[in-house]
Design a protein around this ligand. Structure first.
Ligand code: FPP
Length: 258
């Protein structure tokens, strides 16, 4: 009985929070949320399971969080799924992580299409196995006309490499006369990054208690609000996302002004 009451109380609280977020503060729903999904390995270790079990559970959370973010009216959800540094992990774990997009999209693509979600990817495609790239590219084609939330996977993504590549590209354009160096503004430079079609994230979430950026969107996060939680990614749920958005809505963003 006690459990039932607690459960009821929990879902009643989260529906109140959801109502408040959606109905009274719709104007300040973060348009772009970026998430560093951390803690899969520790989640598995605590259960004496192999690390890949944590990644598999984490994949299911991606589905839940995408659905809620779309319902809340978030426009872009960027998820750090594999960094340029993650290749240093044991081959068996890397292989598993590379198969996850195929499994995720093989399972959930029809639902994502039904929910009007558009799938995108940013990162270096060249090093990705063919099956990973094929799964992502098929999803991108199948969802290209969707107008709801953009689910943007950062896959084989590293922010320093992204910035270096943008610098080289800008230099080339200056050398070849396409652009003059006086025209390089922040907006122009942003247009050379992999996120050129999106606004910068309004809110960054990192799970698992780590308080660092780990080479994620270093330029784009300059004025974002940060929200950290000790919750491990496989345990992250709808209520956690609502808490993060609620915290975001209570922040005063000044962008350097007063
Ligand atoms: C970090 O946790 C997590 C990753 C490097 C992988 C994230 C991937 C997913 C959540 C699944 C992605 C799903 C799709 C659909 C592509 P960690 O392994 O570093 O955890 P630890 O710090 O506890 O060891």
């Amino acid at each position: 009985m006690l459990n039932k009451i607690n459960l009821w109380k929990k879902s009643s609280n989260s529906s109140t929070l959801r109502d408040r977020i959606v109905n009274t503060k719709q104007h300040s729903i973060p348009s772009h949320i970026a998430i560093i999904m951390d803690g899969n390995g520790r989640w598995a270790k605590r259960r004496a399971l192999p690390r890949i079990a944590g990644h598999h559970e984490g994949m299911k959370v991606v589905r839940k969080i995408t659905k809620l973010a779309n319902q809340l009216g978030v426009k872009v959800l960027t998820l750090y799924a594999f960094s340029t540094e993650n290749w240093k992990r044991p081959k068996s774990e890397v292989d598993y992580l590379m198969k996850l997009p195929e499994e995720f999209l093989g399972t959930f693509l029809p639902e994502l299409i039904e929910e009007n979600v558009q799938v995108k990817m940013m990162g270096n495609k060249e090093q990705l196995p063919t099956y990973t790239l094929n799964a992502i590219e098929k999803a991108m084609v199948d969802t290209k006309d969707n107008t709801g939330l953009v689910l943007n996977f950062a896959l084989n993504y590293g922010s320093r490499v992204e910035i270096l590549e943008a610098v080289k590209h800008v230099l080339n354009d200056c050398k070849s006369g396409i652009m003059n160096e006086n025209e390089i503004t922040e907006d122009v430079f942003s247009s050379y990054l992999m996120t050129s079609e999106f606004n910068d994230p309004d809110l960054l979430i990192r799970t698992s208690g780590e308080i660092r950026l780990s080479n994620f969107m270093l330029w784009q996060l300059a004025y974002s609000e940060f929200w950290f939680t000790d919750t491990l990614w496989p345990d992250f749920n709808e209520e956690d996302l609502l808490d993060a958005v609620d915290a975001y809505q209570s922040r005063q963003r000044r962008f350097g002004g007063v």
